[in-house]
Write a protein that binds this ligand. Structure first.
Ligand SMILES: Nc1ncnc2c1ncn2[C@@H]1O[C@H](COP(=O)(O)OP(=O)(O)OP(=O)(O)O)[C@@H](O)[C@H]1O
Ligand SMILES: [Mg+2]
Length: 248
């Protein structure tokens, strides 16, 4: 369980987020959607213990997030990938687990790279990979850590739309198999709806949680969903909220 109580984060001359009250249950898939600069990354970093809240309190399973982070209970995929340039894709996936004092499992790491469409690139250094491929290595790395909580900050930002859709399906499948708690930031409304059980709309300056949508889509979430009426209605509703908040 992730809990934020009355959280605000202020930097020198800007309050990035304010009045954030949020509870995320174990195994939930929550997306956070909102315009650029509304505090999505700040919110995610605060949940992950990488940013201290100015006021309020954050707990992951009752512990401060810094403790959860130190115990490798939280995996983070950053907006900009943070791979080690001198290590291969495979080594990048396994290395964090070594750092966390755990034993990497090479077969698992290879399997994850394969599921991210990177078979054949295990030995490649980040410099030899495209932006989207690097981001997929970073996702495999977070999954390999085995953390119960995954925080993802626009992990598909640099990907083309087709790959993005396919990885979205893949992430949902992984989540269904492993039931991790996922908080996924994006500024794509269709992506936020497609992936979520619950979609948080964040906007304003400082950013606040403007609305919450429970996403119910019948049947499996594959790319056919994009054409369904229910999906399009939900996307339209989220978009409307964003526009209304923006015009205020
Ligand atoms: N370390 C920092 N120091 C000062 N201001 C910051 C810092 N990090 C973020 N901010 C400010 O906080 C606000 C929210 O930034 P944040 O990066 O959280 O937005 P975002 O929603 O993730 O945007 P984007 O969609 O462009 O990634 C912005 O006004 C930004 O300038
Ligand atoms: Mg951001």
């Amino acid at each position: 369980m992730i809990e934020l109580k009355d959280v605000a984060v202020a930097f020198d001359d800007v309050t990035a987020i304010a009045d954030v009250d949020l509870r995320i249950g174990d195994g939930e898939f929550v997306t956070v959607v909102g315009p650029s600069g509304c505090g999505k990354t700040t919110l995610l970093r605060t949940i992950g213990g990488l940013q201290e809240p100015t006021t309020g309190r954050v707990r992951i399973d009752g512990q401060p997030p810094t403790v959860a982070q130190a115990n490798a209970d939280v995996g983070v995929v950053f907006q900009q990938h943070t791979l080690f340039p001198w290590k291969s894709a495979l080594e990048n996936v396994t290395f964090l687990r070594t750092l966390a004092g755990d034993t990497p499992n090479e077969a698992d790491a290879r399997g994850l790279l394969r599921s991210m469409g990177l078979e054949g690139f295990e030995g490649a250094r980040p410099a030899a990979l495209s932006g989207g491929m690097k981001q997929r290595v970073a996702i495999a790395r977070a999954l390999h850590l085995g953390a119960d909580v995954l925080l993802m900050d626009e992990p598909f930002g640099e990907l083309d739309e087709i790959t993005r859709d396919e990885l979205g399906v893949e992430i949902r499948n992984l989540w269904r198999r492993e039931r991790k708690t996922v908080v996924f930031v994006t500024h794509s409304v269709p992506e936020a709806v497609f992936l979520a059980d619950r979609c948080l709309v964040v906007c304003g300056r400082p950013g606040r949680i403007e609305a919450t949508f429970d996403v119910e889509l019948p049947g499996p979430r594959d790319t056919d969903v994009f054409g369904s009426r229910r999906f399009q209605e939900q996307v339209a509703a989220v978009r409307r909220t964003l526009h209304e908040a923006h015009d205020r």
